[in-house]
Design a protein around this ligand. Structure first.
Ligand SMILES: N[C@@H](CCC(=O)N[C@@H](CS)C(=O)NCC(=O)O)C(=O)O
Length: 207
């Protein structure tokens, strides 16, 4: 059975949703990202020295980190059409989106949640928040424009959509109005109707 180390609502949501999409058996272990302790009291940094979720342990004990890689690993191993064949144009379109979501969107939100790791004074933090929101607005506009002509990032549903859904769902925590991005907003509504997504929201205790 797979084991997913996760934190409710965080970036472990995409692999959690994928485990459900693929109908796989798994257990969850909650991680407190402040204390770096797991729910069962283990030192998470011993399990994953990077100290970050998501982190996956396969049934045979192989450990895998990095959201975009966990998604690809699972889809590849279970021969899912959510991962286009490696080397094809579709694969590289999907990979480009996965990378964009990981590096520009996911990490684009980080200063809003963990700005205190860089800047300690209130005024500086305010400026950091303001510029981060401005940069994110440009990136979300780009995503919105891309979704105007198609339902999913590469046309058909792929791994990148689950990662985008995960990251864009943080907008509500940081004063970003998804209504300003109608195509992205529509995408979020469609994705949130999937039974895998509903199951994960319930399992992670999200409203
Ligand atoms: N490079 C990792 C980053 C994962 C990541 O940033 N996880 C966050 C939660 S969304 C985390 O665990 N943060 C805790 C910390 O940085 O101490 C990935 O792409 O999966």
């Amino acid at each position: 059975m797979y084991k997913l180390y996760y934190t409710p609502g965080a970036c472990s949501m995409a692999p959690h949703i994928l485990l459900n999409e693929l109908g796989l058996e798994y257990t969850l272990e909650k991680v407190n990202l402040k204390t770096k302790l797991t729910k069962s009291g283990e030192d998470f940094k011993v399990i994953n020295p990077k100290g970050v979720i998501p982190f996956l342990v396969t049934p045979e004990g192989k450990k895998i980190g990095e959201s975009a890689i966990i998604l690809q690993f699972l889809a590849h191993r279970h021969q899912s059409a959510l991962l286009p064949d490696f080397g094809t144009d579709r694969y590289f379109e999907m990979a480009e989106w996965l990378h964009y979501v990981a590096t520009d969107l996911h990490k684009g939100f980080t200063p809003l949640f963990a700005g205190h790791n860089w800047i300690q004074n209130t005024e500086g933090l305010g400026q950091l928040k303001e510029s981060t929101l401005k940069i994110l607005a440009e990136r979300l506009s780009f995503v919105n424009r891309s979704l105007e002509s198609r339902d999913y990032l590469i046309g058909e549903l792929s791994l990148a959509d689950f990662y985008l859904f995960n990251v864009a769902s943080w907008s509500k925590f940081v004063d970003i109005r998804l209504d300003d991005y109608p195509a992205l907003s529509r995408f979020m509504s469609v994705m949130s109707e999937r039974s895998s997504v509903k199951k994960v929201f319930e399992a992670e205790g999200l409203g």
